[in-house]
Design a protein around this ligand. Sequence first.
Ligand SMILES: [Zn+2]
Length: 380
Amino acid sequence: MFELIRADAQTRARLGRLTTPHGVIDTPVFMSVGTQASVKALDPRELREMGTQIILGNTYHLNIRPGMDIINQAGGLHPFMNWPGPILTDSGGFQVFSLATIRKIQAHGVEFRSHMDGSLLFLGPKEAMAIQRQLGSDIAMVFDDCPPHTSTPRELRAAVERTIRWAAECREQPRGEGQLVFGIVQGGSNEALRKECAAALVGLQFDGFAVGGVSVGEPEPEMFRAIEMTEPFLPADRPRYAMGLGTPAQLVELVARGIDMFDCVLPTRVARNGTAFTRRGSISVKGGAYKADFRFIEEGCDCFACKHFTRAYLRHLLNVGEILGLRMLSVHNTRMYLKVMEDIRSTIADGTFAEFHREFVERYVPTQKVLLARAAAGER
Ligand SMILES: [Zn+2]
């Protein structure tokens, strides 16, 4: 199922290959987020042409709209959205704990009110696995308790215990044909809890392991530490997935820390705000500085937008609210992420990843927020 092709000699980076019912995925891989059965503003043909290997769907959202009755009538998520490649579905745990109004956490799941219409719903290990089975995803995630970054040690412990118990319940549920199931390690910034959670989940023999409870509002140094304290306890012969991360530079940093799989809404989300990612950091194409800038978004980028449209034109589209502007920024940002992953894979393969890693991080100018967090961590 997962083949470890090469482990980098100087970092913890790994080159691998993951086989799923809808195709083989080369890792490290970036997975585009298609929460509502669509990668925002991009169609399956463009995604394919850009080199997208796998996309994400979401249990919580799809169960509310359009509902499983419609997905079942369509024959599953693949035919419904006409995406022939692999799909990973999130279990809905994160959304229940972050979006919904929780009414009661029970032994076998959570009673909550839909963030859409306030209707009373219940989601637990059994329900989340049944929905993911019907969606027909290639990789299903366990239903976990993802506590906020501000949790007390006591709340964190309760969340880890619940996550382990629910993971065991998920493991017992029937799964789709060939469907892989990944466990999710919680534990916040607590090293003992991370270790305990990882050990328990590894004992349950999942097909892969995710590090959850990252990208929940914590500063970057804390996020890196959470990954570093979890990774040593994950088996080398299974893929590792860091959930909900990150910027291009963070992806390179996390690959160097032994992570194989990523998903993030950033490429398409910031595109809709008029921001483009480049290898030197993000730029606000909407800004006045690009009014008469007739260069492409990024020199050397092979995306459709960078082959056809200038910054000045894209800025104009964004400023007058033309859909093409945000579509082209989504095209560029998504292709940019995928190309960074391609470069990561080729440099791991030829033994030059450590150099690529160093140069990439040196060149990349992080946002002010990230810089401030780094400075604060250095002072401690
Ligand atoms: Zn481009």
